[in-house]
Design a protein around this ligand. Structure first.
Ligand code: HEM
Length: 401
């Protein structure tokens, strides 16, 4: 029997989406020089112990494979360990308190309606272009204070990065890997230069936005450096949109492929939050997070030396049959769903409440406005061609009966 992942053409390396689960939850890969972690309990252990499993992974990448790394690491929350991580995280967490996020709901609803007005009356729409990409990118651009109208620029840069994102190796770099990596760095530089100009502007002309707050913020009596502000903003801009775009497309696809669940949620919007959580488990947008061991450690029956790189496949952990009953079934009614799609521990996704709110608001309005919404059987969905992500790239939906 073919699985949904095969029908949808999801990247062939994502075996967990094809109903397979490895016998060993932790395995060394001699090709990449990394330890793959697939098990839920093992992934949880790595995410909960930053003293042993550090987020400063760039230090293990050979310098010739990451020539510009110093440019991008300063202020990158995802690469930081305690105590510096906590200081910077506390600073930005003010921008994402439950109240601040809840207050964004009317704006998210208005934007969703505006974007859907543009396709109203059409026979069909492509979900990613019409809603799933623009909505989260406009929301995060408005929070930061960069013009949302520049989103076609970001999309160009970010698409090139996503298309070039492959399973990297610490041991060998082929010509093709090097070319892909150079291209990604070029695009990252475009993004950094773009943000840097806006940061310079906020130093001269402060405004009511997150960039100004970052420029003015002090950690232990010291202002952040230009590089720190820019990289911090860059993580927010990148993390703040690609994944939420995937969440919206993936959830729509999950519903369309499961008619009973689709009917239930159409009849009762209160089921949307649990549906979104199950979509995050079933098709986790961010498949992989990385950690570096600080000491020798035992994990999943393996002795892992100090200074090893771990590829923690949270998307595979979300299909671990030791944790989830019937993991290959999309079941929004499951009572136990401790998925790791937003990570865990000190790096738990700061934008999770915002992503959940965007998902609930946008999908609710979409279902309200188009009661006959379904995929176009003549146009199969396409997925982002990356082993590290699971996300719809194009999804054509029919709007009329
Ligand atoms: C961290 C996933 C939406 C900002 C993370 C991590 C994951 C994740 C797995 C943990 C990384 C690690 O442990 O190394 C997702 C998914 C999203 C989403 C699946 C949507 C469905 C967002 C949004 C924002 C955001 C909307 C910003 C507005 C961040 C930031 C971090 C982070 C800043 C770093 C936190 C830290 O290191 O302390 N996200 N994210 N994310 N996310 Fe998200």
């Amino acid at each position: 029997m073919t699985t949904l992942a095969e029908n949808w053409g999801i990247h062939e390396s994502q075996f967990w989406l094809r109903g397979e689960f490895p016998a060993d939850p932790v395995r060394f890969d001699p090709e990449t020089g990394m330890w793959n972690v697939y098990g839920h309990a093992e992934a949880l252990k790595t995410l909960s112990d930053p003293k042993v499993f550090s987020s400063d992974t760039v230090r293990l990448v050979p310098p010739e494979m990451a020539p510009d790394k110093d440019l991008f690491v300063d202020g990158n929350l995802l690469q930081m360990d305690p105590p510096d991580h906590k200081k910077l995280r506390t600073l930005v967490s003010h921008a994402f308190t439950p109240k601040v996020v809840a207050d964004l709901e009317p704006r998210i609803a208005a934007l969703t309606n505006e974007l859907l007005d543009a396709v109203d009356g059409e026979e069909s729409m492509e979900l990613v272009t019409s809603l799933a990409y623009p909505l989260p990118v406009i929301v995060i651009a408005e929070l930061l204070g960069v013009p949302a109208s520049d989103r076609t620029l970001f999309k160009q840069w970010v698409d090139t990065m996503l298309n070039n994102s492959q399973q990297r190796s610490l041991i060998k770099q082929t010509e093709e890997d090097k070319k892909a990596s150079d291209e990604s760095v070029e695009q990252l530089k475009n993004l950094v230069n773009y943000l840097s100009e806006h940061v310079d502007d906020r130093r001269r002309n402060p405004r009511e936005d997150l960039l100004t707050k970052l420029v003015e913020a002090e950690v232990d009596g010291e202002k952040l450096t230009q590089n720190e502000v820019v990289n911090f903003a860059n993580v927010l801009l990148l993390a703040g949109h690609i994944t939420t775009t995937m969440l919206l497309g993936n959830t729509m696809l999950c519903l369309d492929s499961h008619p009973d669940e689709y009917r239930r949620v159409r009849e009762d919007r209160a089921l949307l939050p649990a549906t979104i959580e199950e979509s995050l488990r079933f098709l986790s947008p961010f498949a992989l997070v990385a950690r570096a061991t600080m000491t020798e450690v035992e994990l999943g029956g393996q002795a892992i030396p100090a200074d090893s790189m771990l590829a923690i496949w949270i998307a595979a952990a979300n299909r671990d049959p030791r944790t989830f009953e019937d993991p290959g079934t999309f079941d929004p009614a499951r009572t136990h769903n401790p998925h790791l799609a937003f990570g865990r521990g000190i790096h738990f996704c700061i934008g999770a409440p915002l992503a959940r709110l965007e998902g609930k608001t946008a999908l609710g309005i979409l279902l309200d406005r188009f009661p006959d919404l379904r995929t176009d059987p003549g146009v199969p969905p396409s997925f982002i061609p990356s082993p590290n992500m699971t996300g719809v790239n194009e999804l054509r939906l029919l709007l009329k009966p």
